[in-house]
Design a protein around this ligand. Sequence first.
Ligand code: FES
Length: 365
Amino acid sequence: MTTTTAAEKKIIAVTIDGTPVGVPEGSTILDAAQKAGARIPTLCHHPSLAPIGSCRVCLVSVAGVDRPATACNTQALAGMAITTRSEGLFNLRREVIKMILAHHPLNCTPCPLNGDCRLQDMAYEYDLTTFDFSEYLLKTVEFPWKAFSTPILDYHPRRCILCGRCVKVCAEIRGLGAITMNGAGAHTVVEPVMADRESQSRCISCGECMRICPVNAIEERMGSAKGKPWETTKTQTTCTYCGVGCQLDLNVVGGRVVGVTTRDDVGVNRGRLCSKGRFGYTFIHSPDRLSRPLVRNAAGELEETTWTTALTLVAREFRRIRDNHGPQALAALSSARCTNEENYLFQRLARQVFGTNNVDHCARL
Ligand code: FES
């Protein structure tokens, strides 16, 4: 089967706010707008998912069409004249955001996303305050706490805007379909699939649903307080749980790692992680962790020492064993927690410095 790449597709011409732009056939209006540099708000849209079209904040006008179109899931057609900015569109989007915020609390202080939230930014940009919602005479729906698909995650139904990203990422990217939407109207919630009938959830605790949620309705319950975005430093590193080399950002507050985030456009994993990579960071500050070298004294007790003393002792003992018994008396056992590069250097040390091919790895034990 031959497939057509974006570069081979026919280019069609449209105009965005009067500016001509060419995009490959099959592109959406949002694709064309982004190419033209026009900013359209989105919430349910995510580049790695098929269009959902649930939030409707991306409304635009198309010349000759009597109703607004959602830019994220409407195909751009040759000759289309699209308007992304007008007073009418501003008011329409404002109404849509109002309806979303009628359900979603605007007391952002307890939310870890406060300061880095697209919905919060939209409320600011579209000049919305809680005062605006009195006209709807809505009653707040209360949701009793319920276990989510895994004990690692908590679900906040009041924050949830029902965009459907979490359900879609679980089905489309993970191929699990472990969560779904249940209920009707303001009582709709995201829940584990068939939670009552299956004691075993399909969820594998990968946290993709949490990662892709635009409003932090799903968050990890690892116990420790997280930092706010403005006080968090992110350091990119390579996950050490296996050899794939997934890229992640360690979120550091006050010298402590408080969480792991990823970016859609970084690394081989493109934002995705397994449960170990995403949630297995608490060992970093575990009091049980050996953080200083220990050397056994003459009485056989372990004593803290300096790295120089410990490494000198290790090098001396390796040399003694090699000189007295030959290089084959030495073996090198590496770790699955090292990166590929570290394992490569380790086997070079064994082969070229120790002079032995006795090299193995803990993953084979
Ligand atoms: Fe287009 Fe949600 S972003 S409908």
